[in-house]
Design a protein. Structure first.
Length: 201
């Protein structure tokens, strides 16, 4: 497994540069035109103990769909690069996190089969300047980029708390999936964590 990765992606709609160091200390430099998205990515990096640089711009004058979907796609691809063949890794991880009135559950399986289960309803359209209607598209992009099965569920009264708890949980779940558990890793260190012996990444 490589310990770091870098991506640059430019389209007519968005421009994104991202770098990650897996064995970091949760340091981050995040820049997006959506303040609450920046905050969520900072929470993700801090709680996953990833060193993350992420800079994104896009056609938010149209709306936030292109930017949010592409941010998810690039973030997923960034971590897929670090996963490489997955040999010796846990492959799957989950985390449940409360945040005041909210409770979030995130589970990830680096299965090579992108599929999203998304159960998060917000009470208002905007949280800060973030269009919450577009967050499912962010996670769909993340699934496709990471080539993973992803479950995102959250309940609560406060939309800020629900979304932030999800990103904290995502960081911790992904950290475990990309790590090696003592004992288990010794058994599977030279083989894929798959009964069929193939994971399409």
């Amino acid at each position: 497994m490589t310990k770091q990765a870098e991506i640059k992606r430019k389209t007519r709609e968005t421009e994104i540069e991202a770098r990650v160091k897996l064995e970091g200390s949760g340091q981050f430099t995040i820049s997006t035109p959506i303040g609450f998205l920046t905050h969520l990515l900072e929470s993700f990096a801090f709680h996953g103990c990833f060193d993350l640089e992420f800079k994104a711009t896009g056609d938010t004058a149209v709306d936030q769909h292109h930017l949010l979907e592409d941010c998810g796609l690039v973030l997923g691809k960034l971590f897929r690069i670090t996963a490489e063949e997955l040999k010796g890794l846990n492959r799957a991880g989950f985390f449940v996190l409360p945040m005041d009135d909210a409770l979030a559950l995130v589970a990830v399986d680096l299965s090579g089969r992108p599929y999203l289960q998304y159960e998060l309803k917000t009470r208002r359209r905007f949280c800060g300047s973030l269009d919450t209607d577009q967050m499912e598209d962010f996670f769909n992009g993340f699934c496709r980029g990471l080539m993973a099965n992803l479950v995102v569920k959250a309940k609560g009264k406060n939309d800020h708390h629900k979304l932030e708890a999800v990103f904290k949980s995502l960081g911790r779940a992904l950290k475990y999936a990309l790590s090696s558990e003592p004992g288990i890793s010794e058994v599977i260190k030279d083989s894929l964590p798959s009964l069929k012996g193939v994971i399409d990444l």
